[in-house]
Design a protein around this ligand. Structure first.
Ligand SMILES: [Zn+2]
Length: 258
């Protein structure tokens, strides 16, 4: 991680911190609420240590693998799987499946990441990639991506009726829960992504088009920056500052500030 720079106070979580978070703090009711209208069974997924290089030794071989969690009875079971793997990241699958595993639809989501924006200090994503700092970001970029999220949310409000914003740990996600959008074809999603990019939004086409179907699970821990993935409404987003906002800071950081 030596090549990474992160905003003040953000750092990778240790295995012990991940364990404490998912034992004591993980808001299972929040997850239930988030997915309450989901049809069919939700597929969860974890990545143990791809970016942080922090993983339980017995999972060294699978540290970068996307591991699906499909066999569980309830969310308490899912928590137990998470405690087994102690992953840096937890996701859910945006696809809707029938009982035979056929895809019936997909939730539309839009990913806005700070590193995609051109920073007056750190330059463009290309500049950062050249320095092998593609996942790094700074406070300026965080503020820029927040403003971008507010602009996009307002733009989308005229198109959709059920939109939610999530602080993802690094940037923001916008989720569209409108019923008819779940049935959009891949082509329609791609067209939509391209339209948004044409309007100047620096969004991740891969996520919006559905090629990347996993999205970070709200209320989980982002283990690269030690922040809680937090749903926010439009009003609270304006004042939100992930560097110091209590709502997204896990207790283990409050106990032992870095
Ligand atoms: Zn920067």
């Amino acid at each position: 991680m030596s090549n990474y720079y992160l905003p003040k106070g953000m750092r990778p979580s240790t295995l012990e911190e991940r364990r404490i978070f998912y034992t004591e703090e993980f808001n299972i009711n929040g997850v239930r609420e988030w997915l309450k209208d989901w049809s069919g069974k939700v597929v969860y997924a974890v990545i143990i240590g791809r970016h942080t290089g922090i993983y339980p030794p017995e999972y060294a071989e699978d540290k970068s693998t996307t591991i699906l969690i499909e066999n569980y009875r309830d969310l308490e079971d899912v928590r137990q799987w998470i405690l087994e793997f102690l992953p840096e990241s937890v996701y859910y699958d945006r696809n809707i499946y029938d009982e035979h595993g056929n895809i019936l639809g997909q939730e539309l989501a839009i990913d806005l990441d700070p590193e995609n924006l051109t920073c007056p200090i750190h330059g463009s994503l290309e500049d950062k990639m050249r320095r092998h700092q593609g996942l790094s970001f700074c406070e300026i970029e965080l503020n820029m991506v927040k403003d971008e999220t507010i602009r996009l949310y307002d733009e989308l409000s005229s198109m959709f009726s059920n939109i939610k914003i999530v602080y993802s740990g690094r940037g923001f996600h916008i989720h569209v829960f409108d019923k008819d959008v779940f049935g959009w074809s891949k082509e329609k999603r791609l067209k939509f992504a391209k339209e948004m990019k044409k309007k100047g939004f620096k969004i991740d086409e891969w996520v919006t088009s559905g090629s990347m179907r996993l999205i970070r699970l709200p209320h989980s821990l982002h283990g690269m920056v030690s922040r809680i993935v937090t749903p926010l409404d439009r009003r609270s987003l304006e004042k939100f500052n992930p560097i110091e906002d209590e709502i997204c800071i896990p207790r283990f950081l409050k106990r032992s500030p870095t």
